[in-house]
Ligand binder design. Structure first.
Ligand code: F6R
Length: 242
């Protein structure tokens, strides 16, 4: 496990984008696992900046997003499909047919999960999985539980997660109750995992997850078992590692 703490947000974002663009420069057909939420926005911005400088092309890259809300059409402003277009996909030269996000509006969500897993299997292995961290230790939308699911599945969102994400909606009532998420087994199968955590409100959970007991009650604690885990923290989130 390689834990790096950065004094400024700009330096963290540059480092995160550097790891991703460096991979794509050396492996143009890399398979990337992508995350949404507030955390990676600055990294995506930096990726776009280096793309505009002509430093890297994403034409052959395949991507798989971690999750999507059940019940939201891809065109919904708060869907993760829309987030990805807005924050990354519309600004780089990626091939739309290689960009995968679970379809939250699928009539049969269980069949959609099976379809997503088949796509993932067809791609072999994710080269780099980008992750944020939930306040309760979730990764993707794998919420704390007495057991965790290996593959893509439908999950009921915890109240704490819905409250945390209500800031993106008009009110908490608008936040979907369920999501489709990649499973922890798929996440752990990635060759490299890049966990990014920002903010004082996550200092305790990231410290517990990476130094405490490995337990399904803190899904991110399973990342301790991964042989190639890189963790990028801002000064606030990294406070307890000093
Ligand atoms: C998003 C995701 C979630 C977020 C986590 C942190 O695709 O899978 O696990 O990474 O909820 O969200 P932010 O970054 O908004 O604090």
């Amino acid at each position: 496990m390689n834990i790096l703490t950065f004094p400024t947000d700009a330096e963290l974002n540059e480092a995160g984008a550097g790891i991703i663009t460096g991979l794509v420069q050396t492996k143009p057909n890399a398979v990337l696992g992508l995350a949404t939420g507030s955390t990676p926005i600055g990294i995506y911005r930096e990726i776009i900046r280096t793309f505009r400088k002509g430093m890297v092309s994403y034409k052959q890259v395949t991507t798989f997003n971690l999750d999507e809300y059940v019940g939201l059409e891809p065109s919904h402003p708060q869907s993760y499909a829309n987030y990805m277009r807005e924050h990354l996909f519309d600004h780089i030269d990626a091939s739309p047919d290689r960009l995968h996000i679970p379809n939250g509006a699928a009539a049969d969500p269980a069949a959609e999960c099976a379809r997503y897993d088949a796509l993932l299997d067809g791609c072999g292995q994710i080269d780099l999985q980008l992750l944020g961290l939930g306040h309760n230790g979730h990764i993707g939308f794998n919420e704390p539980d007495h057991s965790l699911v290996r593959g893509t599945h439908v999950v009921a969102l915890r109240e704490q997660t819905r409250e945390a994400n209500a800031r993106f909606f008009d009110s908490i009532d608008g936040v979907p109750t369920h999501a489709i998420t990649m499973g922890v087994g798929t996440i752990l199968k990635a060759k490299t995992i890049l966990l990014v955590v920002k903010g004082a409100d996550k200092a305790e959970i990231v410290h517990r997850a990476l130094t405490g007991e490995i337990t399904t009650e803190i899904p991110a604690s399973l990342l301790q078992t991964h042989p190639h885990l890189v963790v990028l923290l801002d000064a606030e989130a990294g406070r307890l590692f000093r």
